[in-house]
Design a protein around this ligand. Sequence first.
Ligand code: GLA
Length: 381
Amino acid sequence: MTAYAVFAPARVNLVGEHTDYSGGLVLPVAVDLGMTVTGRSDERTIRLRSLAFDDTVELGCDGTPRGTLPGWGRYVAGVARLLHERGRRPVGFDGTIGSTVPIGAGLSSSAALTVSVGLALCRAADFDLPPFELARLAQEAEHVAVGVPCGLMDPVIAILGRRGHALLLDCGTEEHRLVPLPPELVIVVFDSGVRHALEHSGYAARRAELERGLAVLGGRRPSSLRVDEAEAAARAAGLDAVATRRLRHVVAENERVRRCVAALEALEGPDLAELGTVFRESHESLRDDFEVSTPELDLLVDLAYEGGAVAARMTGGGFGGSIVTLVEAGRAPAVVAAVTADYVARTRRRTTGYICTSVDGAGDVEPGARAAETVNVAPGP
Ligand code: GLA
């Protein structure tokens, strides 16, 4: 039987945080951490063994669990069931999944999981879905598997990412274009070591609070407004202070995405000062207005700027996880050394600095490939 091997990358989001589920702008990059599913088609059963957790998920071809599912198995079952509902032929799969994405670190391990599994199951049944349909299916799988009302950003970048580029995506219209990453900058991620589990965090609460804010906009999209216009609408409607802060973050964050793209694409080369300002403002807004940062993330951002990063902010859903930094090429090892040493001294926690390379979105890899071979980790002291 044919062997299949697919890889789906993790992501960092340069800016545009908590904007996707209100139809806003995001600017993620697919990076060389990810999940690899290898295996063969099988007659009746979907059987997937996790190398990370050393356990196995068994499902019927329609996604019906055979036995109790481990946590990650709920995502696999969700993907299999939704693919079955979309008309995938009932072809089984026998394989393994390997991961180099730190779980719960804000780098979208869940979309790497749903997209890699989804693509492998599609391949095994010779079934094809257009990119945005596969992304929506992966998003829905996360909704049904763990009840996290996440947006579209993570599966889309896991599918449509391109080496050397960020993806500017309007989550309202699904319009998107690639934004070249300046070769003079590298992306370095620092994992705070504080784990988040979006299903247990305030993610759904934040989304509900923002909905109250969006309701005062009379159908206008947050990405089409200025902050003063949104604040005026909030005042006129007597919106409460919490929802006003959530709304202010989202409106301002959309504008920061446009500023970040302009700074990256400046004709005379990237505008480093503006990138630093945009990232700093985004982080402060996520800390103060959206309230999804943690003291560890705040500290890492400060240490990154002190250590010489051009730009630094928390990335992903928050409540723990990682920061993303932009660092001048050649300085990355020194910045990693400074930040990891200072962080452990200040918190007694270790941070890992990942010097990331941007990669293409999900696709076939050599059978037998391991995601681990692609990772470039600079461990802390
Ligand atoms: C998580 C979600 C995304 C997005 C980010 C915050 O990663 O899965 O949809 O909302 O948080 O920007």
